[in-house]
Ligand binder design. Structure first.
Ligand code: FE2
Length: 374
């Protein structure tokens, strides 16, 4: 079942206008080394730092950026912190999905009056570069959304951070912005969270996939894609479906010990160059069997890219009514088999690669087989 309904709402009635993803904050066990990984493997640039040198006593954060994407990598500096407990339970993972808004106090009150659970009451952060207003609400698992209002701020990132400008630098790989961020939630909870995004944040469901769309011989999952009014924020939400073996969502929920962010899809304008560079830097991707490419011409129709190049790199292609997209998935990027990245290039297509689900999930199952978790 697939229904696509364009969801361009009149912004005058959008009670939760969002300009885009502001940043994603990951709680990680070693922020300094994680920053190195995201810089040298994924082409992020050093942007800002907060920690002992800026007066923090209990944690430090490294902020890296690439075009519009900002990742904040945070670790505790002592035992017994909330961050440390989060890492102990979940391993490394996304804690904050920050949304860029024009009015963080209003976003908070609109969300709260529609039933959100408060994480952070509106507060003003100030330094010499101006002020930022922020507020926050809980979403699935222990993930939170923080609303960031930065129209009166000129600084590098947020008040309290200092510019981080080390001598050594790495070249970017062409990653541009966060295309979508996917959450895995517990069995039976997908519709609850769909309702949350509809009612509390005014999102619309733009797509849905059931276990007939997303299943292999062994595993299945269901997914619904939520989008905000202007389409800049897209949150697919997955839940496991019954299969012969343990699904990838079940494996995630087991190792993350609860709901959380499964993958972050980052957009590029040239996936061939981006993936060639990522591979040269040691980023590992799921392997797609050669047979996928034998029938690709028939399935995807005429495309600009050379299929042999796509085959060599393992890039997937899918077409919808509006065009096509190219995508590829990394292996999981931390100790636990939980979060991974997707690199996506859209050439008109607004969907999520439904035609690739089967090949993709079979590739994931081969990884699960190796881990003994299928
Ligand atoms: Fe995706």
């Amino acid at each position: 079942m697939e229904t696509f309904t364009a969801s361009v709402k009149d912004v005058s009635v959008d009670f939760m206008p969002i300009n885009g993803t502001d940043y994603l904050e990951l709680y990680v066990s070693n922020a300094k080394q994680a920053a190195y990984f995201y810089k040298f493997a994924f082409g992020f640039q050093s942007l800002a730092y907060a920690g002992l040198e800026t007066g923090l006593k209990d944690r430090e954060s490294y902020v890296v950026s690439q075009d519009k994407i900002r990742l904040v990598l945070t670790s505790p500096l002592k035992s017994g912190t909330e961050i440390g407990k989060h890492i102990d339970k979940h391993g490394d993972g996304v804690k904050v999905s920050a949304l860029w808004v024009d009015d963080a106090a209003n976003a908070y009150s609109e969300a709260m009056k529609r039933g959100a659970k408060s994480y952070l009451k509106p507060e003003i952060l100030e330094d010499n570069e101006g002020k930022v207003v922020r507020s926050g609400i809980h979403t699935y698992g222990e993930v939170v959304h923080i609303f960031i209002e930065r129209k009166e701020y000129r600084g590098i990132f947020l008040p309290g951070y200092k510019p981080w400008n080390p001598e050594y630098k790495t070249e970017p790989v062409g990653l541009k912005y966060v295309d979508h961020m996917v959450g895995n939630v517990e069995l039976g909870m997908m519709d609850e969270w769909v309702k949350f995004y509809e009612e509390v944040l005014g999102f619309k469901q733009i797509l849905s996939f059931d276990d007939k769309d997303i299943s292999t011989q062994y595993t299945a999952l269901m997914s619904k894609v939520m989008s905000n009014g202007n389409g800049r924020i897209k949150f697919p939400i997955n839940e496991p479906a019954a299969g012969l073996k343990k699904s990838q969502v079940d494996e995630y929920l087991e190792f993350y010990e609860g709901a959380g962010v499964q993958h972050i899809a980052v957009a590029t304008d040239n996936i061939i160059n981006t993936v060639t560079e990522l591979k040269a830097r040691g980023v590992e991707f799921l392997q797609i069997p050669g047979t996928y490419y034998d029938v690709l011409g028939e399935r995807a129709g005429t495309i600009d890219e050379d299929i042999d190049v796509l085959r060599h790199l393992g890039i997937l292609v899918d077409r919808d009514e509006e065009g096509y997209l190219l995508q590829i998935f990394t292996k999981t990027v931390q100790a636990r088999p939980t979060m991974f990245f997707e690199v996506i290039q859209r050439k008109g297509a607004t969907s999520f690669g439904k035609g690739n689900f089967k090949a993709l999930f079979e590739a994931i199952e081969r990884e699960q087989e190796r881990r003994g978790t299928l």
